[in-house]
Each structure stands twice: as structure tokens, then as C-alpha cells.
Design a protein around this ligand. Structure first.
Ligand code: MG
Length: 391
């Protein structure tokens, strides 16, 4: 299989210059850095990006108390930052092979989880549940947009990072569509059109990255039994069996690694080939045609999609909903809910810098924004303080 087969016509890629590379506050072009390279640099230098190092991907700090000695003796589980880097490097491969805009795809990958609160999806659900009684919602894509538009303070002339339109559109639309009726504030992001392929592929690459990484971390943590993964994850078994034959004397963990990287490679190769195939079948051979096509064109093949669903179901059942993770989860929910309600009732308990936002956004939204920005360790420290002061 030659990579050249999958290269799409150049017109399918988002060009480095043009309306999608425009910024809200016009800036002169840089002498040698294209627009999306500058976006990538702005994202990497953002405070919210650095905080990803302290945010849970799957395992919360509390999990450590609940699981095996193996877990306690390990310090190499993915954080949201290292997950983000894995997504970025896979996204670059996919974009480059398809002939898409690599710097744009990489920027979107680097920014894709920047709106995540502490404690992973648990934190997100807890914040959303806390906001609902006020008629508000927490959505990590929309929160990511608020971060890059408002909360990052790096420039004297404007708020936010002043990212290009393509990156802001991708932040909003990489994982789902938003209706113009429900979200009039998003009108500038072409809600009636599909996002460019560089954005469409991010959600699938994210999924590929975390399915394989969580299998790795889950087995390393001693939560997932290897035998069950072999038995229940068909795509893993497809590579485990030949690797075992090929490396009969290698340790299980090394055979596991050889199988897992082939599983990752198979998913990525399928995504590239299927996306190219769908674009060609649809005759959507320009950015405009890709945007106007009724469905997203980045996809896994039906057979691979079935294997993806099977792998995800296994991880949900045996890892995400495992008793080992459940304890950490209910504690995390409690931390978020307790601080949210305490600060909404008495906003003056937050640092003075937050009070301006309480005045402009109302307490529930301002408190949710404050909490969403925190790392796991930071919110746990605020919780300890709160418990001491409440005594
Ligand atoms: Mg992600």
C-alpha cells in the first residue's frame, strides 16, 4: 500500500492563506511562520495548555488509594497533556498522508482537550450537573473556545490568543455539530457546513489514541486482565496471536507492546484509507465540496468501526466503570459539587480576581469557569482549605 494512493488533491486542504487564516484582530503576517504554525505556538505557550499536565485523563489521584500496588508504584500513566501529544502526533501523520494542512491539524489536536476541567469526564459531568438548575450547561468544546477567546491573557492589545478562524471553528466543531437556533453566538462558524477534514479527523484520532493508550495504562495498572483483553478485543487479538508466535521468548509486556502498536497502526491506516475513499466516492475534491457534503467524510471503514466499538465497550465495562475507578470518581464529583455550591453561595470566598467575572457572567458561570481551569492538585488543595474553614 503506497501512501501516494491516499493523497487527496491539494484543493481539499485548508490553505495557509485566505479567509480561514484570518484573525479577529488583524495582525501583520510573520516574515517566515505560516498562520497555523503561529497558532500551534500560541496554543503550546498558553497557560491552559500547561495545566493539562495536572489534569486527569482516566486515572484520578484518588484512584491510587483504590487500586493495586502496581498502580501505586507507577508514575507513567497518561495525563491529559501526554494524551494530547499522542493525538497531535497521530493527527500530523494522518493529515500529512492525506495531503491536508498538517500545521492546522496539529494545532487542533493540541487544543482539543484544553477546555477539560479537573478529574476528566467526571469533572465535566459534575460541573454540567451543577449548572443545570441555573439553566446553564458545561460543554468542554465551548469552554475551550472561551479559554482561547477570553481567559488567556498574553497580549496588551486584546483578550485571548487571537487564533485563526479555522482553529476556532475546529475547536467548536471537531467532535459534534451545533445548531444555529440553539447557539446564535456561534453564527460565525459556518454552522450549516461541515468542518474541514483537518477538524473532522481530530475526533477519530482522539478515539484511536485513547482506546490504545487506555488499554496500555489499564493493563499496567493491574485493572484490566491481559487474557480478557485478548479474548474480548478482536482487533488486539488479531495482532497478539502472531506476535506471540513471532516473539516466543519475549516477556508478555513486550509482546503486548508489539501487538498494541500494530493495533494503533491498523486503526490509523484504516482512517486514512477510508477517508480518502469517501472523499473520492463523494466526488468532494475541494474544501468547498467537503464542507457542503451532507455528512462528515472522515471515518473508519464499517468493519474497523465495528472493532472500535467492541474495544470501547470492553474498556467501558472493565476500566471506565470498574470499581477501582468508581471510588475516585465519586470523591471527585463530591469535590467539584461542594466547591461549586459553596462559591456560588458566597463568591467572596474565591480569590478577588474572580469577582469581576461574577459581576459580568453571574456567579454560577463564573464559578464553573474558575473550577474548569483548575488542575486536579489545585482543586484538591482548595477543597482541603474549604473543609478546614468550614469546621
Ligand atoms: Mg481527547
Amino acid at each position: 500500500m503506497s501512501a501516494a494512493i491516499h493523497r487527496l488533491p491539494p484543493a481539499c486542504a485548508v490553505p495557509d492563506e485566505g479567509p480561514l487564516s484570518e484573525r479577529r484582530f488583524p495582525e501583520p503576517p510573520h516574515p517566515y511562520r505560516p498562520s497555523f504554525d503561529r497558532d500551534r505556538a500560541r496554543i503550546i505557550h498558553a497557560r491552559a495548555f500547561r495545566r493539562l499536565a495536572g489534569k486527569t485523563q482516566v486515572f484520578t489521584p484518588h484512584t491510587a488509594e483504590a487500586v493495586s500496588a502496581d498502580y501505586l508504584s507507577s508514575d507513567h500513566f497518561r495525563s491529559r497533556l501526554t494524551h494530547t501529544m499522542e493525538v497531535a502526533q497521530i493527527a500530523r501523520t494522518v493529515a500529512a498522508t492525506l495531503g491536508l494542512n498538517e500545521a492546522l491539524a496539529e494545532s487542533l489536536a493540541l487544543v482539543h482537550d484544553i477546555g477539560h476541567p479537573p478529574f476528566g469526564h467526571t469533572g465535566e459531568h459534575a460541573l454540567d450537573a451543577a449548572l443545570r438548575p441555573y439553566g446553564l450547561r458545561f460543554d468542554h468544546n465551548l469552554h475551550a473556545l472561551r479559554i482561547v477567546e477570553h481567559f488567556e491573557a498574553r497580549y496588551a492589545e486584546f483578550r485571548g490568543l487571537n487564533l485563526t478562524l479555522a482553529v476556532r471553528e475546529g475547536i467548536v466543531k471537531h467532535s459534534r455539530d451545533y445548531s444555529a437556533a440553539e447557539h446564535p453566538e456561534l453564527a460565525e462558524y459556518f454552522l450549516d457546513l461541515r468542518p474541514p477534514l483537518e477538524a473532522q479527523l481530530i475526533d477519530l484520532v482522539d478515539e484511536i489514541a485513547y482506546l490504545t493508550a487506555d488499554l496500555d495504562d489499564g493493563i499496567d495498572a493491574g485493572i484490566l486482565p491481559l487474557e480478557e483483553a485478548i479474548e474480548q478485543v478482536g482487533l488486539f487479538r488479531r495482532f497478539w496471536e502472531p506476535m506471540q508466535v513471532h516473539y516466543p521468548d519475549a516477556r508478555d509486556k513486550l509482546v503486548f507492546n508489539e501487538a498494541l502498536k500494530r493495533m494503533l497502526n491498523a486503526l490509523v491506516g484504516d482512517l486514512i484509507a477510508e477517508t480518502a475513499r469517501r472523499v473520492e466516492t463523494a466526488g468532494a475534491l475541494s474544501l468547498e465540496a467537503i464542507r457542503r457534503h451532507p455528512e462528515r467524510l472522515a471515518a473508519l471503514s464499517p468493519a474497523m468501526e465495528e472493532l472500535r466499538v467492541q474495544a470501547k465497550a470492553f474498556l467501558s465495562r472493565r476500566l471506565y466503570r470498574s470499581p477501582e475507578l468508581a471510588e475516585g470518581r465519586s470523591e471527585a464529583e463530591d469535590v467539584v459539587a461542594t466547591l461549586f455550591h459553596a462559591w456560588v453561595e458566597e463568591p467572596a470566598r474565591m480569590p478577588p480576581g474572580q469577582l469581576e467575572d461574577v459581576a459580568s457572567e453571574g456567579a454560577p458561570r463564573a464559578v464553573a469557569d474558575y473550577i474548569a481551569g483548575m488542575t486536579d492538585a489545585f482543586i484538591l488543595a482548595r477543597y482541603e482549605e474549604f473543609l478546614l474553614s468550614a469546621r
